[in-house]
Design a binder for this molecule. Sequence first.
Ligand code: COA
Length: 570
Amino acid sequence: MRILLLVHGFNSLSQRLFVELGADGHDVSVEFDVSDPNLEEAVALFEPDVILAPFLKRAIPKSIWSEHLCLIVHPGVIGDRGPSALDWSILENEQSWGVTVLQAEAEMDAGPIWASAAFEMRGAAKSSLYRSELSDAALVAVREALERVTISGAEPRLLDYSDSDVRGQLRPLMVQADRQIDWSRDTTDVVLRKIRSADGVPGVRSRISGVDVFLHDARPARRMSGAPGDVLATSGLAVCLGTVDGAVWIGHLRKPEGEATFKLPAMQVLGADLPDVPEIPLDSDSGYREIAYSEQGPVGTLHFDFYNGAMSTAQCQRLLEAYEATLTRPTKVIVLAGGRDFWSNGIHLNVIEAAEVAAEESWRNINAMDDLAEAIIRTESHLTVAAMGGNSGAGGVFLARACDQLWMREAVIVNPHYKDMGNLYGSEFWTYLLPLHCGAKNANRITQQRLPMGANEARALELADRVISGSQGDFAATVSQQAAAVAEGSDFADRLRSKVQRRQADEQAKPLSAYREEELARMRHNFFGFDTSYHVARYNFVHKICKSRTPVTLAQHRDKSRLQAVRRAS
Ligand code: COA
């Protein structure tokens, strides 16, 4: 089928559908919802069989839905309508939720239903549920809908609120008043739900130490209590706020106005406004934890759950320290597990944007990433495995490739390219690692195509070594088993020896320092040169400035050479 994805932005769900439907054999192209004439032009150029809208912020124009089959992916159970579906489900503590694929008609979200799928809720932020459980369910429902629309005579189900299985309802846009925290009454559980219902966007507005902020990245604080709403302690970048029955850690904040109205580490936002409170060690049991280490026999696992997968200079340095500590352990295999939502998305663009001199901070950050990647590549005492259970982008993917093995969860989407960030050249030793693991041809394809990629494609291109299916929990269990099998394998000593020998031979042929220097010379141009594309792209990314047109890498219907080839073939 020819499927046109109509999107407000190419978000995680849109990327997942793009990758998976393409792998199913469909011809998929993408158009950003910029204007009615643009959409009409896209439809005329691509002549889709189905228009699929996984992430739209307005209704599809009548000129399009009245002429073409348009399917909307709504993040709610059957009957649910409105723009804050998942927000309400979290706030109201729903135990299960769903995704519905309905046909676009005049009334928003009220069209006939082609498919739906359910999922279990988890105590997590909206964006985390969206990227994981909701995306899995959406894929199931979309596949079912696409199958059904091809069956001659198949009809969608009309929405009828008197049906016993219809539990959704029309809900308004959730506003700040709906989730405002009442610090004098709300329990930890309620505070967490309110913040999580608004995290990633827009955040819950509150006042901390007299400063107006939006709260993000909330986690329960263990063994902490104090006056509700007051700052009780700090831990690294996070602040601890009291609740009526405990406390929460808040890792990130956003100011509603001023220069930096994007998310930053809480301590950076509050700085001088903080009262004198105790400091709890970062990554400790009762503190704010980003990095954790666990050990099972010969396998050491390093978890690093950085918010949004972004890794600032300080975070890279701490992770390097933690990594070096794992090397001193009497284990054989080190698993780098990243975080649940993201393995890594590379340098921390928000922290860079807020720095006094962004170019200088970019430079420090990429050097800190390179130090980490270099330490992994130079490891001679252990075999290393990157276990990628969550998505990854840009330098994060190449950091993972620095490990001897890269195992991906099947549902993971990676974006192994830098160019979309203002033609950034990139570092993390990708010029060494990609040809080494994937060969020159695949390396070229991976970096040039600038498209999201699923785990199976990554495996086919030898970017990944192993694909593991199943949920996040299954993935962690399988990784543990397989890493133990590597460590206990009779060929472990041979594998370690041959890795060290290969590294030594590679070092003879061209030292790692030369790769690093060459890459960083190009990055220096990106950061400090006359061409300011990287700074403009970073500004737009951090400030969430919508794209004014669809990149031709995604809007394949706008690629003239491709169109001509299709026309010649038909
Ligand atoms: N620095 C800071 N924040 C980052 C980030 C980074 N490197 N990468 C992602 N984020 C943030 C996004 O701003 C977004 O924030 P939000 O919570 O306010 O919405 C959140 O992480 C999720 O990212 P989003 O873009 O919505 O996720 P996605 O799954 O749709 O797309 C990527 C994933 C990796 C394609 C996309 O985030 C991206 O291009 N990131 C930049 C990667 C990069 O260029 N890194 C620098 C070079 S190494």
